[in-house]
Design a protein around this ligand. Sequence first.
Ligand SMILES: CC(C)(COP(=O)(O)OP(=O)(O)OC[C@H]1O[C@@H](n2cnc3c(N)ncnc32)[C@H](O)[C@@H]1OP(=O)(O)O)[C@@H](O)C(=O)NCCC(=O)NCCS
Length: 347
Amino acid sequence: MTMPRAEITGWGKYLPTKILTNDDLAKMVDTNDEWIIARTGIKERRIRADTDTTTSMGCAAARDAMAVAGLTAADLDLIVVANSSPDYLLPASANLIQHELGATCPALTLAAGCSGWIYSLVTASQFIQTGAYKNIVVIGVELISYAIDYTDRSTCVLFGDAAAAVVIQPGTTDAGIMAFELGSDGGHAHHLMVPGGGTRKPMSQDVVDKREMYIRMNGQEVFKFATRKLSSCLKNIAASAGMTPADLDLIIPHQANLRIIEYAANLLQLPMDKFFVNLHKYGNTSTASIPLALVEAIQEGRLKAGDVTGMVAFGSGLSWAGAVIKMGEAVNKVTAKLEPASAAIPS
Ligand SMILES: CC(C)(COP(=O)(O)OP(=O)(O)OC[C@H]1O[C@@H](n2cnc3c(N)ncnc32)[C@H](O)[C@@H]1OP(=O)(O)O)[C@@H](O)C(=O)NCCC(=O)NCCS
């Protein structure tokens, strides 16, 4: 008996309406629009409103994805949520999202930094392949702004808030997840971390005074790791699918920094138009980055039935994750049309 592949049959996103531009940031820290665009490619990012919570944003994206797939909450067999910015330390994000959606199925939260959504997708797909579950929603939601120090110019320009989700179901054709790679290098965890507020250094006045409840990052080390992993993981997952990176119809890289993507494109000797880019609009939205790019690629008609996409994420851990997916007939029922993301890529 052949195992079914996990096919993407629904997709949705939620973006807070508040926009934080480079000029806004220049009023907060010693930076400017030219520096941010030249070094990162980011023009603006979204920041949650007070009414936006991890639960509300995750639910909004999930509802859209379920509507596209024609599923109600009662149909769901599992909810997987990639998230590192929960509403509360306890309970986990997935349980609150499950309740708010009106679902009765199990719900699990997975934290693997910015690689978390691909980790979640691959984890969820195992339940599809074994036949245990049929209807799974996989959400990436991050209100990363809560962990950003808006007095630290080396990090605050990079990140934004967003949520995106897909529904996966057993495919009846060869569409679905063809190959994946998951990776972890915990020995380099210190390059990207929130040092205070966990059990190692519980929240205290000292943590607050030293601003240790915010993300600390060694940007250059993360940059080197990211470029290396983006190219090597892409080669590995393409090979596992019997392809080369050049054979992929579209590459969806983690939307962290345009220079990281350009560097990897150069290493792989691939043209930039093979890479989907929307980071100029949203910055790095952590676990929401890959699904948000995937959703917009589908909505813009960049992925048609039969197309094969390779997605690679990297992030805290340090971790990385990649997957090759063949799109099925579902993507042909796209209704929403967006401005092509490429139209606004800073030159
Ligand atoms: C953070 C990052 C954009 C910095 O770019 P960079 O080209 O490596 O810049 P450097 O760190 O070498 O800093 C160069 C100078 O710019 C300054 N600088 C840093 N941030 C700045 C900002 N927002 N505006 C103006 N100047 C800034 C630095 O202080 C430094 O000044 P100095 O030369 O006087 O010391 C880049 O390293 C990066 O993107 N790293 C990966 C980060 C990432 O993707 N993290 C998330 C992974 S999930």
